[in-house]
Ligand binder design. Structure first.
Ligand code: AMP
Length: 113
């Protein structure tokens, strides 16, 4: 079955893309949970954080580098924000392509739901 995030990267499914590069893409979440809600994903299909290993260190660094750049661009860097990775059914993961949620623009609560 086609991966919806791979389809967005390929341009076959529309997305509000805010960052593109050969290794990382970012786009706005279709169902935003905060004033800023961006998804940052590797262009290479990785099903979940459970698949990450030491050989992915550079890619992981890039995902956070892009998250930092976008947090500054979105104007949420100073007041703070949240980065979330949901893993598997109990973690609330609904799309099987690794993604960082960048959420900001409102006060977050803890513990998460
Ligand atoms: P998760 O539940 O952590 O797997 O996050 C998946 C996220 O992808 C959810 O917040 C969805 O709202 C979002 N999403 C699903 N389909 C799309 C899409 N076509 N474009 C943008 N965001 C999407």
């Amino acid at each position: 079955m086609a991966c919806i995030f791979c389809e967005i990267i390929a341009g076959r499914v529309p997305g509000k893309i805010v960052y593109t590069s050969p290794d990382v893409t970012a786009f706005r979440d279709i169902n935003p949970q905060a004033p800023t809600h961006v998804l940052i994903i590797p262009n290479r299909h990785i099903a979940s954080a459970l698949e990450i290993g030491a050989s992915d260190a550079v890619l992981l660094g890039r995902l956070f580098e892009v998250a930092n750049e976008l947090a500054r661009k979105e104007g949420i860097a100073e007041e703070g924000y949240r980065i979330v990775i949901n893993v598997g059914p109990n973690g609330g993961q609904t799309v099987g392509h690794l993604h960082l949620h960048l959420l900001g623009g409102r006060r977050m609560t803890w513990p998460p739901g």
